[in-house]
Design a protein around this ligand. Structure first.
Ligand SMILES: *Cc1c(COP(=O)(O)O)cnc(C)c1O
Length: 345
């Protein structure tokens, strides 16, 4: 093994989808934007379609094209960014359903692709995407006349179950959509976990599928093994890495492993309390994370391992993200292109 190895467990992914689905009585879709949270939307989409997912969401039409090529005709693919200028051909050719975000998008859609399936995204307070109440009131009857397949909105604070914003957005969503006889969707992973009131007709989890919080019962989906390139023995007082950031306080054995911030292992990890694992044994990361390399104190190991594991069930994406001052979403989507990727299941 000369490059770091990223193993993606598609069985765990499918189990996470099934377990989330089991928490609802409505349909459970799957969000595979940003190339399936960095894990390959095609592979992820195929595995989830096999597990039973019938509807997928992506951020942009181009992502929808790649997904359609991977999963074939049949499953629904919806596009959060709606119908942007230049998207029409892709939406039509690859049977993608835009979630229309504005009057402009709606006019474009009805003019260029009349009769083509669409949904409407409503803003219930996040102020990011979707039509606000006044805009929706003005176009609602026209939209309903063209038979939208979904009315959706997105929660800003769903990962904090007690945040008053949740109930407030729920109330607004109900006011904007009640009695319209169109399928509705409000919940991503966090909203799904808030309970039935938030489920409506379709939930659309993303991060929970990939083993990330707030789905604390999720199985880890990724494992990352870093090959040991070289080891050396240090005397007391010798230093390691850029800026002499770490000093040996005892005679120490240091292993240099092949991955760094260019591979999505943020430089900020060097300042955290991060370890890497030789089996069950934790070895502390010492010194700064460099572009392609990380240094590890393996003094307490009896033997030099051929690799050390930085991500697995012992150290999850959220633990690693936390140490870098970010969230699991960012860590996953930053995992680099240099890894030898393998898919199990
Ligand atoms: C990213 C996203 C989701 C999925 O969110 P998770 O927190 O990853 O479950 C759902 N809906 C919208 C609109 C999104 O942008």
């Amino acid at each position: 093994m000369s490059t770091a190895k990223l193993t993606i467990n598609l069985d765990a992914l499918a189990t996470n989808w099934r377990n989330l689905d089991a928490l609802t009585t409505c349909e459970t879709a799957a969000v595979v934007k940003a190339n399936g949270y960095g894990l390959d939307a095609g592979r992820v989409g195929q595995a989830l379609a096999k597990a039973g997912a019938r509807n997928f969401f992506v951020a942009a039409a181009e992502e929808g094209v790649a997904l359609r090529r991977a999963i074939g005709a049949g499953p629904g693919i919806s596009v959060f960014s709606g119908h942007m200028e230049g998207d029409s051909k892709l939406l039509r050719e690859f049977q993608l359903t835009p979630m229309l975000n504005s009057l402009d998008q709606m006019l474009r859609h009805f003019e260029v692709l009349p009769g083509h399936s669409f949904g409407v995204q409503l803003d219930t307070g996040m102020n990011r995407l979707g039509m606000e109440a006044a805009e929706w009131a003005a176009v609602r009857d026209i939209a309903l006349g063209q038979q939208p397949v979904l009315l959706m909105s997105h929660l800003a604070c769903a990962d904090e179950p007690n945040h008053p914003m949740n109930a407030q957005q729920l109330q607004t969503f109900i006011e904007l959509t009640n009695g319209l006889d169109v399928p509705r969707s409000l919940a991503a992973t966090g909203g799904l976990l808030l309970g039935r009131n938030y489920h409506f007709d379709l939930c659309r989890p993303g991060i929970g599928l990939y083993g990330g919080l707030p789905f604390s019962d999720g199985l880890p989906v990724v494992q990352l093994d870093l090959p040991v390139i070289q080891t050396r023995d240090l005397d007391v007082g010798e230093t390691v890495g850029y800026g002499n950031a770490w000093t040996a306080a005892r005679p120490s054995r240091i292993a240099t492993v092949a991955a760094g911030y260019a591979d999505g292992l943020h430089r900020a990890l060097g300042a955290g309390e991060i370890g890497v694992f030789a089996g069950q044994t934790r070895c502390p990361v010492v010194g700064r994370v460099s572009m392609d390399l990380i240094t590890v104190d393996i003094t307490d190991l009896a033997d030099t391992p051929d690799h050390l594991t930085i991500l697995d069930e012992q150290q999850t994406v959220d633990m690693l993200a936390d140490a870098a001052g970010t969230i699991g979403y960012e860590l996953l989507t930053s995992l680099g292109a240099r890894y030898a990727r393998s898919y199990t299941g």
